[in-house]
Ligand binder design. Structure first.
Ligand code: NAD
Ligand code: MG
Length: 362
């Protein structure tokens, strides 16, 4: 087992990464002093529940925890205010009190949804992340929790750090390959924004990662979580540095929105977004190799890097204008300076974006 620490003063917490951890959930709860008298709510989805809910419930129950659970429908559409209310209902009916913990057992959707419930229930209760996707190495660390609005993603949310992240890499073996690829997109992102050597390691270990080799996965997830933890420790609430984590997200979020949160997986959308950001940087004078290398590593993972033909530029731009990153007719973009280093640029014009959309359609 590997252990990382997210340093946030009194809100600091550990990330445990290793095999067999879900079956030891009760042990970790006890070790972290989570209250036994108050019910624990496990939030999961209907793909994950049949696979891992019993394991976690059993482990917690054996340590003397009372467990209630809420299973939501799998998919991005569950990150909605309607489902949020359903989970709240489950929390109230389950008798959760101020000392209760809410557990997110699943991918980023469940993590963001359950986290926002934990942040809001009785103005905030304990939260534990048990990520079961590769993508969730990103979403489970850093305390951003949210649901989507029909018009824009992650519009309604909070900052609410977990008490711990329990990352059982064995659980990743059941992931569908499309989800594996999408999750690796965020792993590559962590290399591209922070550490060229790690980006290169991802490229060299593409086959091992796609084959879910435990050693490669353990290392890659630890590096990814570690980069995320370092960034968040410097800037918990996105006053500055943290925005670099949004590489690929300005355009990526727009693609997710126009696809109705169902057409593109988050990781796929940001893969296209990262290719677009690299092209935009090249159009602004950076070296062409940045774009070529970005596209090459993403394509290696079977990720999309071209703009979808079926959506026109107007729809994509309109969706970007609803984004939190749109201010005064200009867009904030994270742009690569070189592989492993990015800058935040606040003056990207709509014309520049139109040009990149056109270029990436060819
Ligand atoms: P997800 O939670 O929808 O999971 C992907 C799919 O895999 C789902 O169908 C799920 O049921 C299934 N699944 C999960 N674990 C499984 C397993 N072990 N075996 C088999 N199937 C499994 O999606 P995701 O890609 O994990 O997360 C995407 C979400 O994360 C997006 O909503 C995105 O906005 C959010 N996100 C949040 C942050 C943050 O900082 N809070 C960061 C990045 C992404
Ligand atoms: Mg993301």
């Amino acid at each position: 087992m590997r252990t990382l620490q997210v340093d946030l003063g009194e809100r600091s917490y550990p990330i445990y990464i290793g095999g067999g951890l879900l079956g030891r959930a009760g042990e970790f709860f006890e070790q972290h002093g989570l209250a036994k008298k108050s019910p624990v709510l496990i939030v999961t989805d209907d793909h994950v529940a049949p696979l891992y809910l019993d394991t976690v419930t059993k482990s917690l129950s054996e340590q003397g925890y009372r467990v209630v659970s809420k299973v939501v429908k799998a998919g991005e559409k569950s990150k909605s205010l309607e489902v949020f209310e359903d989970v709240m209902t489950a929390a109230i009916e389950g008798g959760l009190d101020r000392h209760s913990a809410v557990v997110a057992l699943g991918g980023g959707v469940v993590g963001d949804l359950a986290g926002f419930v934990a942040a809001s229930y009785m103005r905030g209760v304990s939260f534990v992340q048990m990520p079961t996707t590769i993508l969730a190495h990103d979403s489970s660390v850093g305390g951003k929790v949210a649901v989507n609005h029909r018009l824009a993603k992650n519009m309604i949310g909070a900052f609410h750090q977990p008490k711990m992240v329990l990352y059982d890499v064995d659980s990743l073996q059941t992931l569908p390959i499309r989800e594996v690829r999408a999750g690796l997109s965020e792993m590559v992102k962590h290399g591209l924004i922070w550490n060229a050597a790690f980006a290169d390691w991802c490229r060299q270990h593409t086959a091992d990662l796609l084959a879910l080799d435990p050693e490669a996965l353990g290392y890659g997830l630890t590096q990814g979580c570690s980069i995320k933890a370092q960034v968040v420790s410097v800037d918990e609430r996105e006053q500055g540095l943290r925005a670099i984590l949004n590489l690929g997200h300005t355009l990526g979020h727009a693609l997710e929105a126009i696809g109705g949160y169902g057409e593109f997986l988050h990781g796929e959308a940001i893969s296209i977004g990262m290719a677009a950001a690299a092209k935009l940087a090249v159009n602004r004078g950076r070296d062409l190799s940045i774009y070529e290398e970005t596209v090459s590593v993403l394509k290696g993972f079977g990720l999309p890097t071209a703009m979808p033909q079926q959506h026109d530029e107007h729809a994509i731009i309109a969706a970007m204008m609803h984004d939190k990153k749109f201010k005064e007719q200009q867009l904030v973009f994270v742009l690569p300076v070189e592989i492993g280093k990015v800058e935040i640029v606040a003056d990207v014009t709509l014309d520049e974006v139109r040009r990149v959309i056109a270029e990436l359609k060819e």
